[in-house]
Design a protein around this ligand. Structure first.
Ligand code: NDP
Length: 478
């Protein structure tokens, strides 16, 4: 299976004639070849997006909303295919790919269609004048996405970007190209004007970097790791591109002794290990109040060990494979670091799987106790199925531990005292926090992080604002 770039409404091979292998995380087998694109492909794609901009941006919001709905309808008809491709490409369980990835990819297009349809007239009256604010497209957008939630995150950017009248060039992760390709085929099938959405496959250096630095790109929406985000920010800053960075996280789950323990254990297992812990929002540092520390650990370990690891296509599987051998090595290295830092592995190791999976990237969910709250495993992003557990006594101590990391993306608080929950939430330096739940998403609310977790917000009206330029027109009346 060869996947192609999509430029100006055509599926094309890379200029270099070179290809990269897309491997199955579960078995290590080759799934597809993808273009190893370079700046020549990027130049063509940006040129196509630039040429498509005048006609596309002159459509009404209603027209563009209707295109988004057409994409959503067509994607919805491929719901099962999205789930299957995503599960195959990422190694995640099929049930998760269906419930989260396929569901949200369709929903993102519908949601932004609705939002764009509802954009009204914004006026600010003065005694002698009227201000009218309009939202114009920014220009050509570069949309760069990671491998953990491939179509979910790509559609989260494409929908508001083109909905607000921009044209785009997408660069998905080289490790998960399948559903990005499916989106291009879908866009092609519904006849979206050529050049509005272009997609160039390849690695970060060859394709991502020339895209970000391209002089005709006016906006960069990047989701990925913090160190890559820093490179992207430097490159975009010199030409004043509009920039949104959704980066890494090290999120705390704070568990007070007055929580509903049964629901908390379930919620914290989910937040620690969903998608093998490869969600930027995962709660990988678990802070437990001292009175229930031992009881929580006993119940937590039972629940963690009950998760079924293995064949991603099996409906009963809870945990699949990690994305790549390199990522598995990184996770293993952190477990070794934890041991050298005095950590106790409460559960972990490797699952015993059939011969078919011997070359896949497998590791069991790992729970580590007795680490210092300043230790590397407790403060650095591991992005795998590894959590550390720590004891705290007071509210302030929990807040201090939670804030003791360079990241500031998300977190969760578990308590029956909602006043305390809200008080603690306000003291945590993150962009988002949940109380007695996790990953409960309303697409209208702001999404993003502080500190090294990012710059800017996406979601709802924040996405519309990021993917547009507000302009004020002041008319003197008297
Ligand atoms: P990376 O930063 O490695 O890659 C993200 C994307 O950037 C990929 O498409 C990558 O291409 C591309 N890229 C790499 N180098 C460059 C460059 N110099 N210029 C432009 N683009 C480049 O992240 P991962 O894919 O490993 O994703 C995991 C990270 O993403 C975690 O840190 C996680 O926390 C974060 N994340 C954040 C989210 C948020 O909303 N805050 C949501 C999801 C994930 P390629 O991989 O093909 O080389």
């Amino acid at each position: 299976m060869n996947i192609l770039n999509y430029i100006s409404g055509k599926f094309v091979e890379p200029e270099s004639g070179e290809w990269l292998e897309d491997l199955s995380p579960a078995t290590g087998e080759k799934i597809a070849l993808i273009p190893k694109s370079n700046h020549h492909d990027i130049n063509k794609a940006v040129d196509a997006a630039r040429k498509a901009l005048p006609a596309w941006s002159s459509l009404t919001n209603l027209d563009r909303a209707s295109w988004l709905n057409k994409i959503a309808d067509k994607l919805e008809s491929k719901y099962e295919e999205i789930a299957e491709l995503e599960s195959k490409d990422t190694g995640k369980p099929i049930s998760l790919a269906r419930e989260v990835d396929a569901y949200r990819s369709v929903k993102n297009f519908r949601f932004f269609a609705e939002m764009i349809r509802d954009i009204g007239v914004e006026k600010y009256e003065m005694e002698d004048a009227t201000n009218r604010v309009i939202y114009k497209p920014v220009g050509v957008g570069a949309l760069i996405t990671p491998w953990n939630l491939p179509l979910y995150l790509l559609s989260w950017k494409v929908a508001p970007a083109i909905g607000m009248g921009n044209t785009v060039v997408c660069k998905p992760s080289e490790m998960t190209p399948l559903t990005a390709d499916l989106l291009m085929k879908t866009i092609d099938e519904i006849g979206l004007p050529k050049g509005v959405v272009n997609l160039v496959h390849g690695d970060g250096i060859g394709a991502g970097s020339p895209l970000v630095s391209h002089q005709d790109v006016s906006l960069v929406s990047f989701t990925g790791g913090t160190s890559t985000g820093s490179i992207v920010a430097k490159s975009a800053a010199s030409s004043f591109k509009k920039l949104s960075l959704e980066l890494g996280g090290k999120n705390s789950s704070i568990i007070f002794d007055d929580c509903d323990l049964k629901n908390t254990v379930k919620g914290v297992v989910r937040s620690g290990f969903l998608n093998q812990g490869q969600v930027c929002l995962c709660g990988s540092r678990i802070l437990v109040q001292e009175d229930i520390y031992d009881e929580f650990i006993d119940k937590f370990i039972i629940e963690v060990e009950a998760m079924k690891i293995g064949d991603p296509s099996d409906e009963n599987t809870n945990l699949g494979a990690l994305i790549s051998p390199e990522h598995l090595s990184k996770v293993e290295e952190y477990i070794e670091i934890a041991k050298s830092e005095g950590g106790t592995i409460l559960t972990g190791g490797y699952p015993s799987l059939s011969e078919k999976y011997k070359n896949g990237n497998w590791i069991s969910p790992t729970v580590i106790a007795d680490l210092d709250v300043d230790s590397r495993c407790s403060t650095e992003e591991i992005f795998g199925p590894v959590v550390t557990i720590h004891k705290f006594s007071t509210e302030n101590e929990a807040i201090d531990i939670a804030n003791n990391t360079r990241y500031g993306l998300a977190g969760s608080i578990w308590t029956s005292d909602l006043e305390k929950g809200n008080r603690v939430a306000e003291s945590i330096h993150t962009g988002m926090i949940w109380i007695n739940t996790w990953l409960h998403r309303d697409l209208r609310v702001p999404f993003g992080g502080v500190k090294d977790s990012g710059v800017g917000r996406e979601g709802g009206k924040w996405s519309l604002s990021f993917f547009s330029e507000a302009m004020n027109i002041c008319t003197k009346n008297k």
